[in-house]
Design a protein around this ligand. Structure first.
Ligand SMILES: Nc1nc2c(c(=O)[nH]1)N[C@H]1C(S)=C(S)[C@@H](COP(=O)(O)OP(=O)(O)OC[C@H]3O[C@@H](n4cnc5c(=O)[nH]c(N)nc54)[C@H](O)[C@@H]3O)O[C@H]1N2
Ligand SMILES: Nc1nc2c(c(=O)[nH]1)N[C@H]1C(S)=C(S)[C@@H](COP(=O)(O)OP(=O)(O)OC[C@H]3O[C@@H](n4cnc5c(=O)[nH]c(N)nc54)[C@H](O)[C@@H]3O)O[C@H]1N2
Ligand code: SF4
Ligand SMILES: [Mo]
Length: 712
């Protein structure tokens, strides 16, 4: 028996885990009490890492489809198929004929996080898509214009705040997002234990709301109105204080003028919150010694996602809480942080190109996945004919998934880098699996950029793998495009690029992601090397967040640009909402579940037991009106599609709202996941509508979808 310390790569919380192994068998997984960040915390998913590693359905060899039949093949054969079919498509139809979709686990995986770019650049397609456009893009869009860099997303300083206003986030279940905070539950409880206040705005009395001091059941999609009314109250009652940032902020008067129509009285009937309550919320926010406003999925994946994300930071700024301890602060990661060179003034732009069919704007080098099916379906120059998915399951996770599933078989060629034969990869011609998460090194290069403390922790592989590492696979694919099979040379080239960007020499003696992390650490702000991290298996704590303004600012003016025209241009669309009194149309929202990880951990038996069920939650008054009883089956219909799902009646949900979790809908023909097939659930993204997007960022609206509900 031996133990290994790992950082869990399954969600954003970066918990340290102790894995006990006997030979190549996982005997137990426990929270690592000595981890400098997570101090022993783990969730049910982390505890299931052994089951995931040993899952017999997890792919152990490349798969090639011939005449509709899957064959496990050797690596050379799989790459030969790709080499024969992909380059001719590019030669005949151009680079944009190949689309890429990178899914969520690509961010949590050192190989894909560091080497994906090499492949995507080699292809050079404008049709790059990722889970960002069904997730956090509005926050990055707002940060880009406010602070000059889309990676400069402030995180709530949860460990020191006195007042936390959370909108559309459920960290008790999600474990936090764009707020890397292991044991978010404990950290939230600590706010109240030290006399602080937690206020939750959510159409559902979520677990987080249940543990908060206050819950406001807002009508879905109306957060931007509420936030503007809070801003307006701050101005009306003379509560604006920029504090230390006074000399570093522009646009305050513009914001004051823009807030004019959004009085608490005007937004009250639409948001469902009383005007007096809104005023009180603003006063308490302003009065708290240190307060943070934080918005997540419920505020980003809605029709006014970017405006809501912008207003969150406007509130943090106007209350003097931006860049201030206990407020909303900018982390300073040890490796790979984009915003560490003072004096950058390039600013941020979007819309450098537009999608061919719907003219949706590019943001951060990608197009909204809500339009991927359009690009496959619509003939003409630039039509997408091939797709590479990298750790993504868009057939379950993107809007109007039913349409996408019909579009994928029309592709000439599709490759999936994936560890399962699932709802998406079943459409591929070739599947390239990676080693299990215990068989690869890890360092959370992406999520430490959003940490509530600055921490660095390196995980060497706990077990060896017979499969190539995914960075090698990505470089082999890069080589197929670039016409070389010298993987070592490509790796050296990538290393030289990283070293050049951070201004250090390439160190000797390592290859792959270890070398890249060593480079990024050496070029980072803490004078660390990988050897330092290797000597600290429980991580290195680099301390609480420190103020970073003005150095962090990269806007052309070197100020926090509080009223950027690229964002304020959308305010009239929001103001128009004031004239639309709500009707009684039911709307769909989503919810996350403790045992789920988006779509892909439902094949782990311990995680699909008990409460982790795919149901449509309805308020008792709606159920009665619609003639539905608890456990009865309902048909839920939207413009995009229809599902039949069991009803769960609960007064935790706001009347007029139905909640169905995403990531279900398993057991489809040609998939290989026995446990998931036995607990299929329904795909809620058959209902979400690809035509509904946040106007500025193109991010999909996943919350607030109009639906009809009838008994089955
Ligand atoms: N209605 C609705 N839809 C949503 C959401 C919502 O709240 N509501 N949430 C959205 C959000 S926030 C996100 S991030 C997306 C997620 O959407 P995606 O990123 O598209 O999908 P996932 O479900 O995370 O699927 C991940 C895929 O990666 C594979 N995988 C797992 N580990 C590895 C690995 O190590 N290597 C490789 N190569 N593959 C691996 C899995 O088998 C699976 O196929 O869903 C979005 N969709
Ligand atoms: N257990 C578990 N953990 C996860 C994941 C998972 O699938 N399972 N996924 C991970 C990923 S990829 C992400 S991005 C994060 C997301 O992390 P969070 O954003 O914290 O998680 P969600 O559960 O999506 O929380 C969204 C909340 O918004 C509410 N909501 C819906 N519509 C509205 C609205 O219009 N306004 C407001 N104010 N609220 C609204 C919902 O009721 C819900 O409670 O979680 C991560 N962690
Ligand atoms: S909270 Fe996230 S990081 Fe921590 S054990 Fe669970 S899945 Fe892993
Ligand atoms: Mo996500």
């Amino acid at each position: 028996m031996r133990t290994e310390q790992i950082t869990c790569p399954l969600c954003e919380a970066t918990c340290g885990l102790t894995v006990t192994l006997e030979g190549d068998q996982v005997r137990s997984v426990r929270g690592d009490d000595a981890d400098v960040f997570s101090r022993g915390y783990l969730c049910p998913k982390g505890a299931s890492i052994g089951a995931l590693h040993h899952d017999p359905d997890r792919l152990r060899a490349p798969m090639v489809k011939r005449d509709g039949e899957w064959h496990a093949v050797g690596w050379d054969e799989a790459f030969a198929v790709i080499a024969a079919r992909l380059p001719p498509i590019i030669a005949e139809h151009g680079k944009d004929a190949v689309a890429v979709y990178a899914g969520n686990p690509a961010v949590h995986n050192l190989s894909t996080a560091l080497y994906g770019r090499a492949l995507y650049k080699a292809i050079g397609t404008k049709n790059f898509y990722s889970a960002s456009s069904v997730d956090q893009m509005p926050k990055q869009f707002a940060a880009g214009y406010l602070f000059g860099d889309p990676m400069s997303v402030p995180v709530p300083d949860i460990d020191r705040t006195d007042h936390l206003l959370l909108l559309g986030a459920n960290p008790m279940v999600s474990n936090g997002s764009l707020m890397t905070a292991p044991d978010a539950r404990g950290r939230l409880r600590a706010i109240r234990a030290r006399g602080g206040k937690v206020v939750v705005v959510d159409p559902k009395r979520s677990r987080t709301a249940e543990q908060a001091d206050e819950h406001h059941a807002i009508r879905p999609g109306t957060d931007a109105l509420l936030l503007f009314a809070l801003v307006r109250t701050l101005f009306d009652e003379d509560l604006v204080t920029l504090g230390r940032l006074a000399a570093h902020v522009s646009g305050v008067d513009e914001v004051r003028a823009l807030a004019e129509p959004f009085t608490p009285d005007a937004v009250a009937p639409i948001t469902g919150l009383a005007a007096d309550e809104i005023r009180r919320m603003a006063r308490e926010l302003a009065a708290a010694p240190a307060a943070a406003v934080y918005g997540r999925m419920g505020t980003t994946t809605q029709a006014f996602g970017t405006l809501a994300s912008w207003l969150v930071e406007v509130l943090n700024t106007l209350t003097g809480n931006l860049d201030s301890p206990g407020g909303a602060m900018f982390p300073l990661a040890a490796a790979g942080q984009a915003n560490v060179q003072p004096g950058r003034r390039r600013g941020f732009t979007h819309g450098r190109w537009r999608s061919r069919v719907r003219g949706l704007p590019e943001v951060m080098g990608e197009l909204p996945v809500a339009t991927l099916a359009d690009e496959i379906d619509t003939p003409g120059a630039g039509q997408v004919r091939a797709l590479i998915t990298v750790s993504g399951n868009p057939c379950l996770s993107t809007p109007n998934a039913g349409r996408l599933a019909e579009a994928l078989p029309r592709l000439d060629f599709m490759v999936s880098l994936d560890i399962y034969l699932n709802e998406t990869s079943r459409h591929a011609d070739v599947i390239l699996p990676g080693p299990s998460l215990l068989q690869r090194a890890h360092y959370d290069v992406a999520l430490y950029q959003f940490g509530v403390r600055n921490v660095a922790n390196w995980t060497p592989p706990a077990l060896t793998s017979t499969l190539p590492q995914e960075w090698e696979t990505l470089l082999r694919l890069t080589g197929i495009i670039a016409g070389t099979n010298d993987i070592a040379a490509l790796d050296a080239f990538v290393a030289a690029e990283y070293a050049r960007r951070v201004g250090v020499e390439v160190p000797d003696g390592r290859t792959g992601p270890a070398r890249l992390i060593d480079i990024l650490l050496r070029g980072g702000p803490y004078d660390l090397t990988l050897a330092d991290l290797e000597a600290a298996p429980h991580g290195i704590d680099l301390g609480p967040l420190c103020p970073r303004v003005p150095d962090v600012l990269a806007t052309p003016s070197a100020l926090v640009e509080l009223a950027p025209p690229a964002i304020t241009a959308d305010v009239p669309r929001l103001a128009a909402e004031l004239a639309h009194p709500p009707n009684d149309q039911m709307v769909l929202i989503g919810r996350r579940q403790l045992g789920s990880n988006n779509s892909w951990m439902h094949n782990i038996a311990p995680l699909v037991r008990g409460q982790n069920r795919c149901t449509a939650q309805l308020h008792p008054t709606d159920a009665t009106r619609l003639g539905l009883t608890d456990g009865a089956r309902a048909v839920v219909t939207s413009r995009a599609g229809k599902v039949e799902v069991p009803v769960e009646i609960t007064d935790t949900i706001r009347p007029g709202v139905v909640s169905i979790p995403h990531g279900w809908g398993h057991g489809q023909d040609g998939t290989r996941a026995a446990v998931a097939a036995a607990h299929p659930g329904v795909n809620s993204n058959v209902l979400t509508d690809e035509l509904l997007v946040d106007a500025l960022s193109g991010t999909a609206v996943l919350n607030g979808i109009p639906v009809e509900i009838t008994p089955a």
